[in-house]
Write a protein that binds this ligand. Structure first.
Ligand code: SF4
Length: 175
């Protein structure tokens, strides 16, 4: 919920203090946005993120006894939680095979020809068809890592890419 338009490094700097002060949904549900905003200000979009964190915590208390549910439909009902976040929660917290499509996964999968998707939801469905279920959660990390390290959005480093010979997009970038 904090990661929109924010780096993982920044989120990881913010969360220790946040969770030290408010360690669970019950504590967060009782807050006013002004209690959280100063703590998450450096993450950007902090006003809407503070509102979502509190609203989601209240819903967790009302519907789920303060615990995070392990079903997609229930997760995406929470304010500030979309399919990407829900899939990360399913995959990491509940060890349920899932492919979370972020900007890196979307870009790299399309470039590699694993998908021909116009939206993250389309990419998720197409990736689930071409990747064995046992690799879904790992594939999310592999594609993100490849996007961050080599297949950058602006200047992909095709010349040093181990997938060069397999990639249908390489010609376009090597011109
Ligand atoms: S060859 Fe280029 S475009 Fe294809 S995956 Fe590698 S870096 Fe990305």
């Amino acid at each position: 919920m904090l990661s929109a338009q924010c780096t993982d490094a920044r989120v990881n700097m913010v969360t220790p203090k946040l969770f030290e002060l408010y360690p669970n949904a019950e504590a967060m549900a009782a807050l006013d946005p002004s209690d959280i905003e100063p703590l998450i200000m450096t993450c950007g979009l902090f006003k809407s993120k503070a509102k979502n964190i509190i609203a989601a915590s209240r819903l967790l208390m009302e519907r789920h006894g303060g615990r995070v549910p392990n079903a997609m439909e229930e997760l995406i009902d929470l304010p500030g939680v979309g399919r990407k976040t829900a899939n990360v929660v399913l995959s990491v917290a509940f060890a349920t095979p899932a492919i979370a499509v972020d900007t890196h996964v979307f870009r790299v999968a399309n470039r590699l020809g694993l998908t021909r998707a116009r939206t993250p939801a389309q990419a998720e469905k197409q990736l689930m068809r071409v990747i064995p279920e046992s690799d879904w959660s790992n594939a999310h990390h592999w594609l993100i890592h490849h996007g961050r390290e080599i297949c950058h959005a602006r200047n992909p480093e095709c010349v040093r890419c181990p997938l060069l010979a397999l990639c249908p997009s390489a010609k376009k970038f090597l011109k």
